[in-house]
Design a binder for this molecule. Structure first.
Ligand SMILES: [Zn+2]
Length: 295
């Protein structure tokens, strides 16, 4: 996957884990306080998204990600790519896309959905419209895909097109898919419907929601390809492999203080590949109606 030389998003932030900041962190603490005021305890946000905002926390200091290491740069470019594509798609529909934030964290993090650790895996929290990625995610992806890590960062021209990049972009764009679902009100509808049906039916709804995020990731890949021709040979296979192999994300659920990982299935590998491919081939969100039961 080609990614170097493109715009990086300004919505990527770094976070150091809960309460471990010592000295010199006043600015960060103030920023965290503002973040909590704006995002963490806004009852309207909670109402709109159907999520209960967890109290407490506030110990996470986040700041603009200034690190220029390779992984951070990569995340910034992928997030910017999703911003550009989804702005386009929303504009075409006569609407306006609101960009999500992305927090890169280490160890532990507080979100409007509760606190989370690296073990939670990548997740999207509708309550603060933020994607949370822990930095070990990249290491794990490389290991899962059997790819040698490149901890040294840049300086190596072979970084361009290194296997594994697109699988990582796929996971990020899947999380952005959950953000799009939130903007479209789908997340809220699923949450409401889930409260009125059996557990088994609620699980089915969640699977459909996951598959739609896969389909949206496919739509993004297709539209981004039209825009910047970023795909290289083997990239699609890589994402399909990732869809099947990697436990993917956790769509965060409201809880009493901690992010609760999904305990439902995300759909079979085959379903995930089918819906990603459907989005990819159509480049059209209309093709992503996983809820109608087609396919
Ligand atoms: Zn998901």
């Amino acid at each position: 996957m080609k990614w170097q030389g493109r715009r990086g998003s300004s919505n990527v932030r770094s976070s150091r884990g809960g309460g471990k900041m010592i000295g010199g962190g006043i600015g960060g603490i103030i920023i965290a306080g503002i973040l909590w005021l704006v995002f963490g305890v806004n009852p309207m946000t909670a109402l709109q998204t159907g999520q209960v905002v967890a109290g407490g926390g506030g110990s996470t200091a986040s700041e603009p990600a200034t690190s220029d290491d390779r992984d951070t740069q990569f995340v910034k470019v992928v997030l910017a790519d999703t911003e550009d594509v989804w702005h386009q798609i929303f504009n075409e529909a006569g609407s306006t896309y609101q960009e999500p934030s992305l927090i890169l964290f280490n160890g532990q993090v507080s979100s409007a959905c509760g606190s989370a650790s690296a073990a939670t895996g990548p997740f999207y929290c509708p309550g603060d419209q933020t994607i949370y990625l822990d930095t070990s995610f990249f290491v794990e992806m490389r290991q899962n895909l059997g790819i040698a890590g490149d901890q040294q960062g840049s300086g190596d021209q072979d970084n361009q097109g290194k296997a594994g990049d697109f699988a990582q972009a796929y996971v990020i764009s899947h999380e952005v898919g959950h953000h799009v679902q939130t903007l479209l009100g789908i997340t809220q509808q699923v949450n409401e419907a889930s409260r009125q049906v059996s557990r088994a039916q609620a699980n089915k709804l969640s699977v459909m929601q996951e598959l739609q995020a896969d389909c949206f990731a496919g739509v993004w890949a297709q539209r981004n390809q039209e825009r910047v021709q970023f795909l290289e040979a083997g990239d699609i296979d890589e994402a399909i492999n990732a869809a099947g192999q990697i436990g993917d994300d956790r769509l965060a659920r409201a809880s009493g203080g901690a992010v609760v990982p999904d305990n439902f299935t995300h759909g079979t590998s085959q379903q995930r590949v089918q819906w990603f491919t459907r989005g990819l081939q159509s480049g059209n969100v209309q093709a992503c109606d996983t809820f109608s039961g087609a396919l």
